[in-house]
Design a protein around this ligand. Structure first.
Ligand code: UD1
Length: 418
């Protein structure tokens, strides 16, 4: 498997344009089967999660044309309601296919989804929401078999504002008979983008970005040509790397309100940040103060997907940070690897106590999930000496051209293909 060799200690300077958000592109691809007209999605990043989702679409019978970063999906000949285990185990977002395939075929059979090993990640909220819309569900031999002769609008109250459950219910409700109201819905910007995409196809969805989403079922959806929003987690990773190493970075393509929680913390750390429209400029001298507490929350709180990278920054900030991970149970697997680089981290359950050290040193470390892997890169860019980051398959799930973009900023990083 590929590895990165990183010589740490360089400051980072330059400009980055964010890729289209992974967590938008995945549900949008799933939504492409809602119409038999062509769906064109622009700025599609070349990352493993997207490639896996495209495989799944091909498996159900879609024709896909890919020209550079534009994907054109034609599902007019889609025939299958069944998504095999070998594809779903690679990708948790395969679960979004439930809602859209049900809408298309009134039946969907899918094996339990995979994805990053960061916690239990149940899908009970997805399934109970679908049941409210009239779906009959049989779980057997690792498969979930859903049948809905008719999808009917309903009132759904989510116990927790799950991103995936909110999206799945929207996808199942969009052509249902009547009105669906989702309360305690997730408020993430990616949900707003899904709403905009569906409405551009002729759907009637409103309220995304707030806690109540109303979906009025429509008879028909048509094709669309769409540019998704920029990836706030990718952008945040480059901001954190620059804050930690020192330097100046300009990020384009992500409105600052989409990463306000991160910008707030980085300002507290001592970074200077200017933000206007979808342009963010951060400068840092690389000597940061720690913040007392970092707690992950659903949007607009601090995103769990930036916890690991931010914790890497805390390792060399002056002082102590208490990190509390509220979303996923086992999201500290990177901590043992950071310790190899000299970090002082104590993990107990959902909390990590990080005492800032003078410097990290290079080491050979292994990525075990997507954002944890990015955290190791952030730490290695700051560390004294050379580091090796093994098992890039995780990082390649979410960051397009990661090393090229970092090299353009002045980092000494290269990929060794194994
Ligand atoms: C999405 C994102 C992921 C991000 C997460 C939280 C995508 C493709 N992935 O994942 O990058 O880390 O939001 O912002 O968009 N839960 C249940 N039952 C369910 C569903 C969720 O208990 O049926 C729990 C989960 O275990 C977790 C919490 O709800 O503790 C949040 O999960 P959720 O918002 O559903 O995350 P995902 O949609 O899987």
């Amino acid at each position: 498997m590929d590895k990165f060799i990183i010589d740490g200690g360089e400051k980072l300077y330059g400009k980055i344009t964010a890729q289209s958000a992974k967590n938008t592109v995945l549900p949008l691809l799933a939504a492409a089967v809602l119409t038999d007209e062509q769906v064109k999605i622009r700025g599609v990043p070349t990352i493993n999660d997207v490639e896996n989702m495209l495989h799944i679409l091909r498996e159900v019978g879609c024709r896909i044309e890919r020209q550079k970063d534009v994907a054109v999906i034609d599902s007019s000949n889609a025939v299958s309601h069944e998504i095999p285990a070998r594809l779903t185990k690679e990708l948790r977002s395969s679960v979004f296919m439930l809602g859209s395939v049900l809408t298309r075929f009134h039946r969907a059979k899918i094996s339990y989804p995979g994805g990053c090993d960061i916690g239990l990640r149940p899908i009970d909220l997805h399934l109970s929401g679908l049941k409210r819309l009239g779906v009959k569900i049989v779980e057997k031999d690792g498969y979930i078999d859903c049948l809905a002769e008719k999808l009917t609008g309903a009132e759904i109250l989510l116990d927790f504002p799950s991103v995936g459950a909110t999206e799945n219910i929207i996808l199942a409700a969009v052509k249902a008979d009547g009105v669906t109201v989702i309360r305690n819905a997730a408020k993430e910007p990616e949900i707003v983008d899904l709403q905009n995409f569906l409405n551009a196809m002729g759907a009637n969805v409103r309220g995304a970005g707030g806690g109540t989403i109303v979906v009025e079922g429509v008879k028909r959806l048509h094709g669309v040509d769409y540019q998704p929003i920029g990836d706030r987690i990718e952008a945040g990773t480059y901001l954190i790397a620059t804050a930690s190493c020192g330097g100046e970075i300009e990020i384009n393509g992500v409105p600052s309100e989409n990463i306000a929680a991160l910008l707030h913390k980085l300002r507290e750390n001592g970074c200077k940040i200017r933000a206007k429209n979808d342009r963010i400029v951060l400068s840092s001298d690389g000597r940061l103060q720690s913040v007392d507490l970092l707690e992950t929350m659903p949007f607009p709180g601090f995103p769990t997907d930036m916890q690991a990278q931010y914790s890497a920054l805390c390792c060399t900030a002056a002082g102590t940070t208490l990190v509390v991970e509220n979303l996923f149970e086992t999201r500290y697997r990177y901590a043992a690897e950071l310790k190899r680089m000299g970090a002082d981290i104590t993990v107990r359950g959902r909390t990590a106590l990080i005492r800032g050290v003078e410097a990290l040193h290079g080491a050979c470390v292994t990525a075990s999930d997507l954002r944890g892997g990015a955290a190791l890169v952030v730490a290695a860019l700051k560390a004294e000496g050379q580091s090796t980051v093994l098992d890039l398959s995780h990082i390649d799930r979410g960051y397009a051209d990661f090393e090229e973009k970092l090299r353009k900023l002045g980092a000494k990083i290269r990929r060794v293909r194994v």
